[in-house]
Write a protein that binds this ligand. Structure first.
Ligand code: IPM
Ligand code: MG
Length: 342
């Protein structure tokens, strides 16, 4: 019996996770679902963004569905205060979720919702493969009254394993993004990616791109890309850039995967949107599409994943538009529209 943990989190998180669970029950009849507090909600209840019990529950599950974490009430510059994001980062590290997959495939029905012109985004179908457990996010941090520092650190083994994920996912090629003209970690990243390529994936076309140029190319000519692989911080930034190709960051799903034995975590790329929390206006589609990734990568249910993705496609083709896409559909209406096609 497939068993998943849900972590609705904060802001719009609970509003988008609840209808997603409804869809999952519709698709998987013997699914068991257990919900836990996470992020700011967990800080309020327990003083920490992720309790050991919740981590243990995740470990015992087949997959985790996450909403979003954070909100102004927990924003702080005090290095010792708990922050909701510590739950996210702790979970990634503890579960060893080193590979973050962010597919960007603008929906034809939404071409005109993108801030970019239709002819720029047409044909775009790319995958950002972001390294998720290394780099500056997890390097040593220091702070005194007069200075602060964050260390960017990567081992060769960390680069090799994310490079393999990228090469395996490639259909037409891999673009490795770095800042090798400035950073030592990037120079070793580039060399390592090329070594893995030569030894194991020589038939896959491989290009290197500096991160500033990559940001420009993603906006100027996104359809040139297939798989874009990059380190943690660059991947964070570039995936938000790429998200806008779909018209709204409210459309972008993600999967965070580790070793075979660890459950994957599936979540929308967008945040907790505290400004619209509680209004019933949140776009649940990125979470629905994350649930499709959960079905595919977490539970091995490919046809159910496709059924959900095509239900979203058809609802959009029939005119479903939430506020972020320039329409008026509420979360409830968006859910009904997708359910109608399931
Ligand atoms: C993301 C988010 C997180 C990150 C934040 C909330 C810590 O922006 O998943 O992209 O930077 O990784
Ligand atoms: Mg981000």
């Amino acid at each position: 019996m497939p068993h998943i943990v849900t972590l609705p989190g904060d802001g719009i998180g609970p509003e988008i996770v609840a209808p997603t669970v409804e869809l999952l029950h519709r698709l998987v009849c013997d699914l068991t679902v257990v919900e836990h507090l996470f992020g700011g909600a967990s800080i309020d209840a327990h003083g920490t963004a992720m309790t050991p019990d919740v981590l243990a529950a995740m470990r015992a599950s087949d997959a985790v569905l996450l909403g979003a974490v954070g909100g102004p009430q927990w924003d702080t510059t005090d290095p010792d205060a708990p922050r909701p994001e510590q739950g996210l980062l702790g979970m990634r590290k503890e579960l060893g979720l080193f590979a973050n997959l962010r597919p960007v495939r603008p929906f034809p029905a939404l071409y005109d919702a993108s801030p970019l012109k239709r002819d720029r985004i047409e044909g775009t179908d790319l995958l950002v493969v972001r390294e998720l457990t290394g780099g500056i996010y997890f390097g040593e941090k220091t702070r005194s009254a007069t200075d602060a520092s964050d260390l960017c650190h990567y081992t060769v083994a960390e680069v090799q394993r994310i490079a393999r994920v990228a090469f395996r996912a490639a259909r037409t090629g891999v673009t490795s993004v770095d800042k090798a003209n400035v950073m030592e970690t990037s120079r070793q990243w580039r060399q390592t990616v090329h070594e893995v390529h030569a030894a194991e994936f020589a038939d896959v076309p491989l290009d290197d791109l500096l991160v500033d140029n990559a940001a420009m190319q993603l906006v100027a000519d996104p359809s040139q890309f297939d798989v874009v692989v990059t380190e943690n911080l660059f991947g964070d930034i570039l995936s938000d850039v790429a998200a806008m190709l779909t018209g709204s960051i409210g459309m972008l799903p993600s999967a965070s995967l580790g070793a075979q034995s660890a459950p994957g975590v599936f979540e929308p790329v967008h945040g907790s949107a505290p400004d619209i929390a509680g209004t019933g206006q949140a776009n649940p589609l990125a979470t629905f599409l994350s649930a499709a990734l959960l079905l595919r990568h977490g539970l091995g249910l490919e046809s159910e994943a496709q059924a959900l993705e095509s239900a979203v496609d058809r609802a959009l083709a029939e005119g479903l538009r939430t506020r972020d896409l320039g329409g008026t559909a509420s979360t409830v209406e968006a859910t009904a529209a997708v359910l109608a096609h399931l």
